[in-house]
Write a protein that binds this ligand. Sequence first.
Ligand code: ATP
Length: 265
Amino acid sequence: MGTGEILLKVDKIEVTYHRVITAVQGVSLEVARGQIVALLGNNGAGKTTTLRAISGFIGMDDARVSEGSITYRDRRTDRLQPHEITRMGVVLVPERAKVFENLTVAENILASVSGRKDKEQAALAYEYFPQLVHLRRREAGYLSGGERQMLAIAAALVCAPQLLLVDELSLGLAPRIVSELVERLQRIREELGLTIVLVEQNATVALEVADHGYVMENGRIVLDGTAERLRAHDDIREFYLGHAQGERRNYRDVKQYRRSRRWYG
Ligand code: ATP
């Protein structure tokens, strides 16, 4: 899916925390309008940092894009404030602290809206997540993990996104809930014409729904391709899709190991 128009272009970015710690280096990626793009990799690979760089929120973590550029619809965004980027239609569903725990579901949704289109946008959020209608008066702190994730996505929808950045959709959730969330994201993409970047440790989930994927390790992209190609890629199957049980190695080790088997084995 996708029209071919490049909506987001990340060009060789380096991200530095506290002016000294380089977490991401030389990362480039492109997202076409209407696509779902997955950013895969293990803990600490640099996925969240990349996503927060795109959303502008890294400034809150005392980090900055120290090299390269991020362009959204032909406009440089890597020096903009998060609220300016959100206003352009790039909306983040963060990994942690997704919802205001002491506010009700309805208050969380209203907290995201501004302007005259409030009611329409809120109605849209409830339309895609009807479970939240019955939970409107419940404090978000009492919601289950799945309900919180739904609320976080619903609250993001209220901001009228064109590009939705979702950090760890599946983390800690039961497979049934994850399938439901994935199905909902697909509907949102199809019906609202959204473009989605999905950060996931769970490659199985991500490659099921994505059009294209990038694999990150140690702050760099080590592989990218269509989801179909990645699903069929031996290294990915072996490392991320559970075809190599037992000791988990990093992606590079798997790749080197496979190479050596190819040459000597
Ligand atoms: P996870 O799934 O655990 O969030 P990730 O792939 O998203 O992993 P990042 O969270 O982006 O990885 O982390 C990339 C690197 O940046 C790691 O080495 C991490 O220690 C470092 N890092 C992340 N946040 C900070 C911070 N606030 N200050 C300093 N270093 C950080």
